[in-house]
Design a protein around this ligand. Structure first.
Ligand code: ADP
Ligand code: MG
Length: 430
């Protein structure tokens, strides 16, 4: 490792030696620099580049306020800056649980001098920010730069999803009634929640069962989340598109699955199915024409506060879908970046299968234990030691790369666009 550092070359994480030889550094993103000395303001060395051309499962960990969301922003900026040949094969979806990534549209001008030292400049990014329909008037009134509202096309919902949404079982009378209504509505083609309500009202089920299903659907209508005219998931993941879905105001509704989870589950499931299909089309064109021609890009899903969607200790719609992404996503080209401050609450699947781990300050004994318990032997104790000895400076992190089997201490680079995660404070400058 010492020789690597002295050679002055870039460090490339997540990319195989053979790919590096064939394609060089094309399709990588500049995320930081290697830390060369101890202390809060260390000497910085080689650039750290991350592979963005193939599928990865990446974890971004650390205590609250030490740079997880900031790092996600850096990675997003790099995905947005990929050269056309790679970007046009890539599509990004961000599940924004706090509603902070819209600030990517604003350049980080106050840090112009700092950015220059890093060889960078303030920059605004062309991202598509979608907010819940109910929150849209508020955003527009406050002149926030949003691009529209997010809703799920009812065509992307199946019987399973409707049942899951209301925690209903097909074996129950209410579940059977709802499933029947969905099947009938689907026959019509496009349908609204109102159509489902009508079908339930007209059914000959027992009155109290009808009432209970109807009330659930009436509640679902009020969420304004299901819309027969909304874009289909497949139309959202266009080549080169970066969609930021603000789920911060999707609350848990009484008696139903968390709406945020439903959003992730539907997106994840439909993208998974489509990518599986298109991968076959790509393989055929590789065999016939010797090159990979496809209309559907590889997809990156970036999820902040990921323990909400992949909880360790309970069943969840989104967990099942994301576990599929993690287990078999490599083949169809699906990547996940999960950030959390609660490693001990995150599903083991995510921890064991991650191939890039970026750990900001981690102090909780439970978190270090959860992480060390599942890490490969080649890092052994050095991971715990590196995490424990990381100075308090925000933006410093331990980077673990399974592809090269190396551990680095790095400083994440400053943001080119505005970071929206600053804490609220009652203090005002006088
Ligand atoms: N790489 C970095 N360089 C400079 N400042 C950073 C960096 N990472 C985080 N910070 C600072 O730390 C604050 C908290 O970071 P944030 O990413 O919002 O924390 P969290 O881990 O809770 O998501 C940011 O508002 C920013 O000021
Ligand atoms: Mg955060």
């Amino acid at each position: 490792m010492v020789v690597d550092v002295l050679s002055g070359e870039d460090v490339v994480v997540g990319r195989k030696e053979s790919t590096l030889r064939e394609f060089g550094k094309r399709g990588t993103g500049f995320i930081g620099r290697v830390v060369m000395s101890k202390g809060a303001n260390p000497v910085l060395g080689r650039r750290v580049l991350m592979d963005m051309s193939t599928s990865h499962v990446m974890l971004v960990l650390g205590k609250r306020g030490y740079g997880k969301s900031y790092t996600l922003g850096v990675i997003l900026e790099e995905l947005a800056s990929l050269p056309f040949s790679v970007k046009s094969r890539t599509s990004v979806i961000v599940i924004d649980t706090v509603g902070i990534f819209w600030t990517m549209k604003v350049p980080n001008t106050p840090q112009k001098d700092l950015l220059e030292k890093w060889g960078l400049q303030p920059k605004a990014f062309d991202v598509n920010v979608l907010v819940p329909k109910s929150a849209l008037p508020f955003y527009l009134e406050h002149e926030m730069p949003v691009d529209g509202y997010f809703a799920i096309n009812t065509g992307d919902m199946g019987i399973e999803e409707w049942l899951g949404l209301f925690n209903l079982d097909l074996d129950s009378e209410a579940g059977a009634l709802l499933a029947g209504a969905v099947a009938e509505a689907e026959e019509k083609g496009s349908y609204s929640v109102d159509d489902l309500i009508q079908i339930v009202r007209n059914s000959d089920a027992k009155p109290h069962i009808k009432k209970s299903v109807e009330m659930r659907l009436v509640a679902a209508k009020s969420w304004q989340l299901f819309d027969p005219n909304a874009p289909r998931v497949i139309d959202l993941v266009k080549p080169g598109a970066i969609n930021i879905i603000d789920v911060s105001t999707f609350k848990t509704a009484l008696g139903s699955a968390s709406l945020r989870e439903v959003v992730v589950a539907i997106l994840g499931k439909r993208i998974f199915e489509e990518r599986m299909k298109y991968r076959k089309v790509e393989e055929i064109s590789e065999i016939r024409e010797g090159k990979n021609i496809s209309r559907m890009p590889l997809v990156w899903m970036i999820i902040d506060e990921a323990h909400l969607f992949m909880p360790r200790d309970r069943k969840s719609l989104s967990k099942e879908v994301l576990s599929d992404w993690i287990r078999v996503g490599r083949q169809p080209g699906l990547s996940l970046i999960l950030a959390t401050q609660r490693i001990d609450r995150l599903s083991d699947d995510a921890i064991t299968q991650a191939d890039i781990i970026l750990g900001h300050r981690i102090t909780s004994y439970l978190d270090i234990k959860a992480l060390s318990a599942v890490r490969p032997t080649y890092v052994g104790e050095s991971l715990d030691k590196s995490l424990a000895s990381l100075p308090h400076t925000r933006g410093l992190a331990v980077l673990l790369d399974d592809v090269t089997e190396k551990l680095w201490v790095i400083r994440v680079r400053p943001r080119m666009s505005w970071h929206g995660g600053g804490s609220a404070s009652a203090l005002v400058k006088l």
